[in-house]
Design a protein. Structure first.
Length: 102
């Protein structure tokens, strides 16, 4: 009679596990922060010096703004800006923009 070997889990690199989890929950980025920041600067136009990209969490991209007046202006353009992000970065699953005074 042969004895069965005990089951052993397959070894997986921790970076692969973490990367999968972060991407699944919208924390990981599919494109570099520099790419997003550069794209944002081109979208923001004259407001670019007063804004910068924040975190991307669960599909919500945070835009940090220096003044509430600029937040109001960006809010008027929100749907247009969101659509352009979604077209340019479909793999990032950006579903909303949040403007926040820093």
């Amino acid at each position: 009679m042969t004895q069965e070997k005990p089951w052993r889990p397959r070894a997986v690199a921790i970076q692969d596990v973490l990367s999968g989890i972060l991407t699944r929950y919208g924390v990981g980025r599919n494109r570099s922060e520099d790419d997003l920041a550069e794209f944002w600067q081109s979208l923001a136009g004259e407001l670019a010096p007063y804004t910068r990209i924040g975190a991307l969490k669960r599909g919500v991209l945070e835009i940090l703004v220096t003044d509430s007046l600029f937040v109001q202006e960006l809010t008027f353009r929100k749907q247009e800006l969101l659509r352009k992000f979604q077209e340019a970065y479909p793999d990032n699953n950006i579903r909303d923009l949040r403007f926040k005074v820093q």
